[in-house]
Design a protein around this ligand. Structure first.
Ligand SMILES: C[S@@+](CC[C@H](N)C(=O)[O-])C[C@H]1O[C@@H](n2cnc3c(N)ncnc32)[C@H](O)[C@@H]1O
Length: 212
């Protein structure tokens, strides 16, 4: 067992996801490469933007549901992240996270690369179109950063978080999520020493991480 991680019991309704994206899935490979230091290229940014702009209308109909919400809800209950602070969501898409956080956290800003994803999201929080590899916010602006099935750019997360800030990382299909990193991978990828707690919920898992 990884000494940095507290593994909490599974949520009572946790279930395995059906096979979907194995370790060789191109998005899995991209996610790992970017988390562990490969530069994010303008062509990749354009391509991902194009893909998600194209998916936006169907995404807003099919990707906002209780199974997807379950790990986020469970993390808010058991993840020991204070709700009162200023929250930032990266890759906020069509609002799966905002629908849960809005009204429960001190403040929330939603960001995504794809304008169409943001356009299909409800107006529950300010929506900023920006690339998560380089965001238009000052250093140490946020108490918590949420990523649901979103690429991790570790240096930028580290820059934006306050000293006692928390990362909430969610993969709603567990290790079958195309944009997947395991909890130890997330702790390894973030700069410096981090500790976390994690649990399975819905068909996925959540991790809350803080600097050690
Ligand atoms: C798999 S979707 C998840 C969307 C949302 N979090 C959800 O769970 O429904 C990934 C999202 O991340 C966004 N994204 C991907 N790369 C990004 C980047 N470099 N900067 C900002 N957003 C990005 C995509 O546009 C897309 O909306």
């Amino acid at each position: 067992m990884d000494q940095r991680l507290s593994q909490l019991p599974d949520h009572p309704e946790a279930a395995d996801a059906a096979p979907f994206a194995g370790p060789d899935h191109p998005m899995r490979l991209l996610t790992r490469a970017k988390a562990f230091g490969e530069p994010w290229k303008p062509a990749e940014s354009s391509r991902i933007q194009e893909i998600f702009d194209g998916l936006a209308s169907s995404w807003s109909e099919t990707h906002v549901d209780p199974v997807k919400a379950a790990p986020v809800e469970d993390a808010l209950e058991r993840g020991a992240v204070p709700l009162s602070g200023s929250w930032l969501e990266l890759g906020s898409g069509t609002g799966a996270g905002a629908r849960i956080l809005s009204g429960r956290v001190g403040s929330l800003v939603c960001t995504d690369l794809a304008a169409e994803m943001l356009r299909h999201a409800p107006d529950l929080a300010p929506k900023v179109r920006a690339d998560a590899s380089q965001l238009p916010f000052p250093d140490h602006s946020f108490d918590a950063i949420l990523l649901i099935n979103m690429l991790l750019f570790p240096a930028e997360v580290d820059r934006l978080l306050r000293t006692r800030g928390s990362v909430l990382w969610v993969n709603t299909l567990g290790d079958q999520t195309p944009i997947h990193l395991s909890p130890p991978d997330v702790l390894d990828a973030l700069p410096g020493d981090w500790v976390g707690r994690t649990a399975r919920a819905g068909t996925g898992f959540w991790l809350t991480a803080m600097r050690a």
